[in-house]
Design a protein around this ligand. Structure first.
Ligand code: ADP
Ligand code: ZN
Length: 607
């Protein structure tokens, strides 16, 4: 039975006075009410949706200390600092503390002086910790990143399995589990393992309207990436994802040479260096992290303005999770990706070679096919994404490349015939690069070695350039008219669906790929996902950011812990001139005003 408490302070008061926000978003109010009244709750909400408040406010309203279980030791310090800046009594227990520090915290807990305690699961289940907790009044358990209990998921943590003991040992303490992972299987596993059968479940829309999705064909990867950043996100923070360590190093080096501050991050670097790079990313402005997927779980940085993929992710789940790290603050951001046939060949081969069962391989293959469907779609990308997660969506979102610049198609029947015929004449032994060389009549060593200048299709594709041929081959493979022979270095082979195309019985319309660089310079309506700072306001914007940076450094916290970009932008636009006007800005509560308000008022006054 839950003991009902009569709160001394309301959730709305905490939201306004402590966090400085005027109203709850979407389902927050209801979730918070449930938790305050002592119910168990399961929250599925996208990144940036505002999950933290869902447990932080109930923990502050209810009596006792709220225990937050989080797998991310590296981020606990920043999470706690952020709460401290708001005047919330928070701390963490993890392996980075020495015995004396632990004792100080334990004493404060016994004295009822802590509202929120962050703790890693492996620490929680130690007998010493359980003994400590059994002596405290606990307001709630928040299980953050709850999908870590899922053995099917990509972030499985065996320690999370032990969390079933919460129900056994603390049956009267409400549990609130939160995750940004949407799929049904993971949801069921969380319910099962954390005993949340009777919990109220809140599933939000997983749409991220502030993220602009853009996918285009790989041509000159490095040049395309540099161009994208320069045109859209110069002097902003972003993440570039690559598939291998080697590529991470090479891209980081290239971006650095081009004048960006780009830092590599992958499992081959020492733990120290990884930590340093992550900290710099969190604390400094304008850092680009070039990373393998090892980087990112729970990256709380709210002002990541772009996520770029220079290699194709294996599934829509992975893609959506990675791109979701952009724009947690709700401001305009971009998810940008380039991909090509070589990605398809590479991933197909990786799957073929993997150790898994046939069933596992088939499921991986289906996931890759869905990802390729997203890449090739002619209509709205957001619709594909939302439908994939079983959500309804309008035909057009207005904020993806395909909605902004509708895709044209062309009659590629003859081109496809030439391409398939070249595959056939060269005996189905070659990959796209060489096939294209035959078509456009290249005169290189390999052509001579195989006497391919004598093939009847040699040079018959001169009217199209190599990029267009790449686009043709990629689409022929993705649409199943050609098969990648993974056993044979990715050679392309005909299959039973090739014949009607080859013989001209069937017409073929293909997507007309437009190189990213061209579409941007052209007069198309390629809207940029930029934060809107009027050029005339730029000097003040820079001063506000400098003020924030200085206060952040003085307090040894990341800049966004002082104020988010969204708060700073509101200051810029509203020009508050006194305390009352300052408190009306979203993100400025009483404590934050006391700490930082005067400094910013001064900057605004001098303008
Ligand atoms: P999540 O954990 O779901 O990814 P966060 O809890 O970090 O998201 O919230 C994302 C951002 O939205 C944070 O900057 C947070 O302060 C802000 N936020 C959350 N709830 C509100 C609200 N009701 N009003 C304004 N901003 C909010
Ligand atoms: Zn769209």
């Amino acid at each position: 039975m839950n003991i009902k408490q009569t709160p001394a302070i309301s959730a709305l008061e905490v939201l306004q006075n402590t966090f400085g926000y005027s109203a709850f978003r979407d389902q927050q109010a209801e979730i918070i009410d449930q938790a305050i009244s002592g119910e168990n709750v399961l929250v599925l909400m996208p990144t940036g949706g505002g999950k933290s408040l869902c447990y932080q406010i109930p923990a502050l309203v209810r009596n006792g200390v709220g225990i937050v279980i989080s797998p991310l030791i590296a981020l606990m310090q920043d999470q706690v600092s952020a709460l401290e800046q708001l005047g919330v009594r928070a701390c963490f227990l993890n392996s980075t503390l020495d015995f004396q520090q632990v004792q100080v915290i334990e004493k404060a807990l016994h004295a009822g002086e802590i509202d929120l305690l962050y703790i890693a699961p492996e620490r929680l289940i130690q007998p010493r910790t359980l003994n400590l907790l059994s002596q405290l009044q606990i307001s709630l358990f928040a299980i953050d990143e709850a999908h870590c209990v899922s053995q099917w998921g990509h972030d499985f943590r065996s320690d999370y399995l032990s969390l079933s003991l919460l129900q056994e040992q603390f049956p009267h303490v409400p549990r609130i589990a939160l995750t940004a992972t949407a799929d049904e299987r993971t949801k069921q596993e969380i319910i099962e393992r954390l005993h949340l059968h009777s919990a109220k479940k809140y599933v939000s829309s997983f749409d991220r309207p502030n993220i602009q999705y853009r996918i285009s064909q790989k041509e000159n990867v490095k040049k395309q990436l540099v161009h994208f950043i320069q045109q859209n996100h110069a002097n902003e923070c972003g993440i570039v994802y690559c598939l291998s360590r080697k590529r991470v190093e090479s891209f980081a080096e290239h971006l650095t040479k081009q004048g960006f501050t780009a830092l590599p991050y992958h499992a081959g670097l020492s733990a120290d260096l990884r930590q340093t790079h992550q900290n710099r990313f969190l604390r400094e402005d304008n850092i680009i992290i070039v990373a393998t997927i090892a980087f990112g779980m729970g990256i709380d940085k709210p002002d990541v303005r772009f996520v770029a993929h220079v290699d194709l992710p294996k599934s829509i789940e992975a893609y959506y999770q990675e791109t979701g790290r952009a724009g947690r603050d709700g401001l305009p951001s971009t998810a940008w990706m380039i991909y090509g046939l070589q990605d398809v060949v590479f991933l197909s081969k990786m799957m073929q070679d993997s150790q898994g069962s046939e069933q596992f391989k088939r499921s991986e293959r289906n996931k890759l096919d869905a990802m390729l469907g997203l890449c090739e779609v002619i209509g709205c990308r957001r619709k594909v994404l939302r439908n994939y997660f079983n959500e309804q969506a309008p035909e057009q979102c207005g904020n993806c490349d395909n909605c902004l610049t509708p895709v044209k198609t062309w009659d590629a029947s003859v081109a496809a015939q030439k391409a398939l015929s070249t595959v056939y004449r060269s005996e189905q032994r070659f990959g796209a690069v060489h096939l294209i060389d035959i078509l456009i009549g290249s005169n290189n060593q390999k052509i001579k070695q195989f006497n391919h200048q004598n093939l009847s299709t040699y040079g018959i594709g001169k009217a199209l350039d190599a990029n267009t041929w790449r686009s043709v081959f990629r689409q022929l493979v993705v649409r199943g008219f050609l098969t990648v022979d993974v056993e044979n270095f990715g050679a392309l082979k005909l299959n039973e669906t090739s014949r009607p195309i080859l013989t001209g019985q069937e017409n073929l319309q293909l997507r007309q790929d437009v190189a990213e660089s061209i579409s941007n310079n052209g007069k198309g309506n390629a809207k940029k996902a930029k934060i809107a700072v009027d050029p005339i306001d730029m000097p003040l914007w820079i001063k506000l950011k400098a003020c924030r940076k200085q206060l952040a450094d003085e307090n040894n916290v990341p800049a966004f812990v002082v104020f988010s970009d969204a708060t700073l932008l509101e200051m810029l636009n509203h020009h508050p001139a006194n305390k009352q006007q300052m408190l009306a800005i979203s993100g400025i509560g009483l404590t934050k005003f006391d700490r930082f308000g005067q400094e910013f008022l001064q900057v605004l006054e001098c303008d």
